[in-house]
Write a protein that binds this ligand. Structure first.
Ligand SMILES: C[C@@](CO)(OP(=O)(O)O)[C@H](O)COP(=O)(O)OP(=O)(O)OC[C@H]1O[C@@H](n2ccc(N)nc2=O)[C@H](O)[C@@H]1O
Ligand SMILES: Nc1ncnc2c1ncn2[C@@H]1O[C@H](COP(=O)(O)OP(=O)(O)O)[C@@H](O)[C@H]1O
Length: 316
């Protein structure tokens, strides 16, 4: 049996609108999700131990059964008990480069990589739609992490309509090392403050989704027009996270004062990103923010928008 190494890219949210409550306690969303080149590397190999073993170099990542990569492996074992009984243990190693609890889907993309890797290692022959179904059982953002690229996401975030891939722009990411935001907390706090504006009629929700599908932002993405895209970025969860964490709001202000196409918080934060038209501009923006905020706890990365999806690493 072969071992596999996979590249698991992070995502940013170019758009995130909360439409209303769902029957399952989650929120009905319409988002535009975008892969970026910043990625973790996941190694999957057979093991003599009869269970699932997980290793990770990052102190904030849980190494137990709550890890999303572990849960993805467990879901495959439970779905194919005969194969599991036949092949035995799984050894997973996560090389973590994506900041944790940052709004960049780090755990989700690790889980997506494990689904792809085990499908290969155990030669399960699962099709892409079958992998998407398993992904949706594990978390709302995991189906997107499997496919990557640029997509409109609806439902809980698991229903995807791919659109023209935007991969010609650069992005600067900024996150305080000592600040993480729980996604559940962000949505719950949003509900407490804004549920009076939720749409409850399914027809209204359908209408709003259709509006976003033909919105100026989607048109700008199809035209690959970075200037328009930068002005149309949107995220409802900023109302919660920026209010509770003033240093995140300050990072956004620092980006907005510079020559960037646009700036927004990603997902439930606290990472704030700025879009730039070139790598040179992105590096310059990174240096300017480092100089203006000058806090050793603030980390910045320059990366590129990408076509994403889980890929085999060159040295797999
Ligand atoms: C906010 C977003 C934006 O892309 O990303 P992150 O900031 O986590 O990266 C996503 O909606 C997060 O997706 P994901 O992190 O997969 O969420 P899940 O594990 O499914 O759910 C975590 C928690 O978020 C809340 N949740 C999530 C999705 C949704 N449509 N409605 C919700 O209310 C629920 O409280 C749930 O318990
Ligand atoms: N493989 C994983 N990588 C990172 N975090 C994980 C992983 N598995 C579980 N977690 C947990 O998920 C939480 C959310 O982390 P992450 O997926 O990085 O961020 P986000 O949901 O904001 O995109 C973390 O607090 C961490 O405890």
């Amino acid at each position: 049996m072969h071992s596999y190494s996979l590249i698991a890219p992070a995502k940013i949210n170019l758009y995130l609108e909360i439409l209303g409550d769902r029957y399952d306690g989650f929120h009905e969303l319409v988002m535009i999700l975008q892969s970026i080149e910043l990625a973790d590397k996941i190694h999957i190999k057979p093991s003599d131990a009869e269970d699932i073993r997980l290793h990770c170099n990052h102190p904030q990542v849980p190494k137990d059964k709550s890890n999303l990569a572990y849960r993805a492996a467990k879901l495959i074992c439970d779905t194919f008990p005969d194969v599991y009984a036949n092949y035995g243990g799984i050894d997973l190693t996560i090389e973590k480069n994506i900041p944790v609890a940052a709004g960049l889907a780090g755990g989700s993309t690790n889980a997506a990589a494990v689904l792809v890797g085990l499908n290969l290692m155990w030669q399960l022959g699962l099709t892409h739609p079958e992998l998407q179904d398993l992904a949706a059982q594990l978390g709302s953002d995991i189906p997107f992490c499997l496919s990557g690229g640029t997509a409109i996401a609806t439902g809980r975030g698991e229903k995807l309509d791919p659109i023209r891939n935007l991969n010609n722009l650069w992005v600067v990411l900024a996150k305080y090392n000592n600040l993480s935001v729980s996604t559940a907390w962000a949505y719950q706090t949003y509900r407490q403050q804004y549920s009076q504006s939720y749409l409850s009629d399914p027809e209204d929700i359908k209408l709003r989704r259709a509006e976003v599908h033909s919105s100026p932002l989607v048109k700008a993405i199809i035209e690959q027009n970075g200037v328009k895209i930068g002005k149309l970025l949107y995220n409802d969860l900023e109302k919660i996270v920026l209010t509770h964490h003033s240093q995140v709001a300050q990072v956004k202000i620092a980006f907005a004062e510079l020559d960037v196409l646009g700036t927004m918080m990603s997902g439930s934060g606290p990472t704030v990103f700025a879009l730039c038209e070139s790598e040179q501009k992105a590096q310059q923006v990174k240096q300017q923010v480092e100089a203006s905020i000058s806090d050793p706890e603030l980390s910045l990365w320059v990366t590129k928008l990408s076509s994403g999806g889980i890929q085999l690493a060159d040295d797999h």
